[in-house]
Design a protein around this ligand. Structure first.
Ligand code: NAD
Length: 348
């Protein structure tokens, strides 16, 4: 498996392949860039079909974290880790502790947090072996999901103002895909402002909850792409903007929390060509990591919320730049992130 010529390799600083024969842990830690500070990024546990798939995810997600931290003006770099395995079947405490041992061995260059398949409880298990864990309740800023949802809500407001010229979400139809930790919190913000919700999930209970709590209209998972709505908010999976779904979208705005929404970079341009305003994923879903950046003894919820709300202004700047330069918003976001990254001097 090539590393330095891998299609997703992007001058990553360090890639650690972790194996613990006792617990059976097989994992990869990717540190993309530490120019702005220690590499922060969640740990994902997923039954990858191949080692290359796991490496691809780690390389891609860690780069996204560098860009996310730079655009949110955080003193962090970008990293991510992946554990190969099914979190429901294979996850054990010895594995989590072994993973924490590898994080500890990096001496703080990488700070681990929860992600898909790794819960806050798991992060707290890791904390027994390393202090380099973020987003826990024990001494941390707690569950990042409500902050992520608030950031997405502020991003949706920015997109609606830019595309529809409206300050309020009253009567705006939002198609929400995924009613998990972020999706349900987001629905609450949207419903409180009078938005009309069309929702889907593969979990019937989550759908019933959204119907009852927010008077949402539930549709089957595959039908969400064809649903007439002003906004499509992907809050479940990655790669949902692809050659199959793009021609089906009826929304004029795509704005949601999911990571890696574009199946390939070219889909950013394809959205722009169809005149669909895309709120780049790593900009709009930065609320959780912004909250984490405020962690510590002097944690102020108010200061963290204000910082998350700045996602609105960052996105507005990206939308204006994309218009002015006639480029897709995904490219405008990358350009701004690189500018902010390069504005920090390289440590001697
Ligand atoms: P979650 O696992 O709590 O929720 C995901 C939901 O999506 C679940 O309810 C699941 O049943 C549903 N789902 C899965 N497949 C689906 C499908 N095909 N159609 C419809 N629904 C489906 O995850 P989360 O923490 O809410 O995160 C949602 C997304 O946002 C993920 O992509 C995650 O990487 C991203 N994200 C989350 C955070 C955070 O703070 N939690 C931060 C940044 C990005």
């Amino acid at each position: 498996m090539p590393i330095f010529t891998h299609p997703e390799f992007d001058a990553h600083e360090e890639i650690v392949f972790c194996h613990d024969p006792v617990s059976g842990l097989k994992a990869i830690i990717a540190i993309h860039n530490t120019r702005r500070g220690p590499a922060v990024g969640g740990c994902r546990m997923w039954p990858y079909a191949s080692e290359d798939e796991a490496l691809t995810d780690a390389l891609r997600l860690s780069r996204g974290m560098t860009f996310k931290s730079a655009l949110a003006d955080l003193p962090f770099g970008g990293g991510k880790s992946v554990i190969i395995g099914d979190s429901h079947r294979d996850k054990t405490k010895p594995q989590l502790l072994a993973m924490a041992g590898f994080v500890e061995s990096l001496g703080g260059r990488y700070i681990i947090a929860e992600d898909v398949g790794i819960t806050q409880d798991d992060a707290e298990v890791m904390q027994r072996r390393t202090a380099h864990v973020a987003g826990t309740c024990a001494g941390g800023a707690g569950d990042p999901s409500p902050s992520t949802a608030y950031g997405v809500y502020m991003g949706i407001r920015a997109a609606v103002a830019h595309r529809l010229g409206q300050d309020s979400l009253k009567g705006i139809r939002v198609a929400v895909q995924g009613l998990g930790q972020v999706g349900l919190h987001l629905c609450r913000y949207l419903a409180d402002e009078g938005a009309r919700l069309i929702v889907t999930d593969i979990d019937q209970n989550a759908m019933a909850k959204a119907e009852a709590e927010f008077s949402a209209e539930a549709v089957a998972p595959e039908a969400i792409y064809d649903t007439p709505a002003e906004i499509f908010a992907p809050c479940a999976l990655g790669a949902v903007i692809n050659d199959d779904t793009l021609p089906r979208l009826r929304a004029s705005i795509v704005a949601g929390s999911a990571n890696n929404q574009l199946a390939e970079a070219r889909h950013g341009a394809a959205l722009a060509k169809r005149n669909i305003l895309y709120a780049p994923d790593y900009v709009i879903n930065a609320g959780g990591v912004i909250n984490i950046s405020h962690e510590g003894p002097g944690y102020s919820k108010e200061a963290a919320v204000k910082h998350v709300a700045r996602i609105h202004d960052t996105l507005s700047e990206i939308f204006r730049r994309a218009d002015a330069e006639n480029i897709p918003t995904s490219e405008a976001a990358d350009a701004l992130a690189l500018e902010r990254l390069n504005s920090v001097p390289v440590a001697a």
